[in-house]
Design a protein around this ligand. Structure first.
Ligand SMILES: NC(=O)C1=CN([C@@H]2O[C@H](COP(=O)(O)OP(=O)(O)OC[C@H]3O[C@@H](n4cnc5c(N)ncnc54)[C@H](O)[C@@H]3O)[C@@H](O)[C@H]2O)C=CC1
Ligand SMILES: CC(=O)C(=O)O
Length: 309
């Protein structure tokens, strides 16, 4: 049977993810779902044009929310993006309402459907998507700090003169202001960072800050980000559909902290197959707990708002 990926939201991010999925073919069909039908249909036509040159056979078409609920993967990009000066968490009110109605419109879900959240604030929305959808928590995942970790590798690569693909370094916690870098586990070619590159002057605090601020720095001059998340999300889809079982820092439910934040997990066709235990240093553990605490406070406020309605 043809594998199908539905993308909710055919704006900047949704269409870029679709384009990335065409360039590195992963699924037989991509369905774009968006209440703005004219924009959606124009995106379908433009993206389809990128499939007719003879090297790829991915079919791109418009779909409904109901059809999305029957796909292998549903990628959610529906909702507002940050305006200048806004943080990701400022989007909670607006995007939670859109998420709630989109999930109701998709029900009933196929029992093995995997939902990948991209819309911000992605950790908060992952938590609520688990609650609203009723799917097993392992099947509802947020792109989380996979993008931040890629950015960190890029920055380290430029500083150290080592290919990003040879660097392992995780940003964990919130995809947002309270994120932290797990420096105690950063390595180059499998060797601890400082041992491998004793002469590299690595200012950890400034690198962590540049990583955190990268989205804002890009958006300052081009309005929004799209290509980074496009590449990262198509990679997540590939890991799922090809059951690759690679390790990625993705947002998922933490039993002990009762929030969704990013920690490394094994990702495959069933979604999160396994959590990878990571012993952080004492100060890193504190930073991570602080990040989880800030997510919990936002969840509690959002739940209070919902109970009022
Ligand atoms: N997690 C991450 O690393 C990243 C997340 N984002 C987030 O992605 C989201 C989307 O950003 P853009 O594409 O730039 O925004 P956009 O405004 O270009 O597109 C959003 C689209 O969602 C559609 N939409 C609204 N309600 C819908 C529904 N119920 N069903 C389906 N579609 C619906 C809108 O009509 C619009 O076309 C934002 O929240 C942004 O912050 C962006 C970049 C990276
Ligand atoms: C917008 C966003 O969340 C990012 O590019 O990291």
């Amino acid at each position: 049977m043809t594998s199908r990926i539905a993308i909710l939201g055919s704006g900047e991010v949704g269409s870029t993810i679709a384009y990335s999925l065409i360039l590195n073919p992963v699924a037989g069909e991509i369905l774009l779902v968006d209440p703005k039908e004219e924009v959606r249909d124009a995106q379908v036509q433009d993206l389809s044009d990128a499939t007719f040159h003879g090297d790829t056979s991915t079919l791109v078409r418009a779909g409904t929310h109901k059809e999305a609920g029957q796909c292998d993967i549903v990628v959610i990009t529906a909702g507002a993006a940050q305006k200048k000066g806004e943080s990701r968490t400022d989007l909670v009110g607006r995007n939670l309402k859109i998420l709630g109605s989109a999930i109701e419109d998709m029900k009933p879900f196929r029992e093995d459907t995997i939902i990948v959240l991209v819309t911000n604030p992605v950790d908060i929305l992952t938590y609520f998507a688990q609650k609203f959808s009723g799917l097993p928590k392992s099947q509802v995942i947020g792109s989380g700090t996979f993008l931040d970790s890629a950015r960190l590798r890029g920055i380290l690569s430029a500083k150290c003169g080592v290919a990003a693909s040879s660097i392992d370094a995780y940003v964990l916690g919130e995809h947002g202001d309270s994120q932290m870098v797990a420096w105690s586990h950063a390595s180059v070619g499998g060797i601890p960072l400082e041992e491998a590159l004793p002469d590299a002057s690595i200012d950890k605090a400034s690198i962590a800050e540049d990583t955190k601020k990268k989205a804002a720095a890009i958006a300052e001059n081009k309005g929004a980000t799209a290509y980074g998340i496009g590449g990262v999300t198509s990679s997540i889809c590939k890991s799922i559909l090809f059951d690759e079982c690679n390790i990625r820092p993705l947002s998922h439910y933490q039993d002990d902290m009762k929030v969704c934040i990013s920690m490394p997990v094994v990702i495959g066709r069933k979604g999160i197959v396994k959590q990878i235990p990571l012993k952080l240093s004492e100060s890193e553990q504190k930073e991570l707990e602080q990040s989880a605490k800030s997510m919990r406070e936002i969840i509690e406020d959002a739940e209070k708002e919902q109970n009022k309605e």
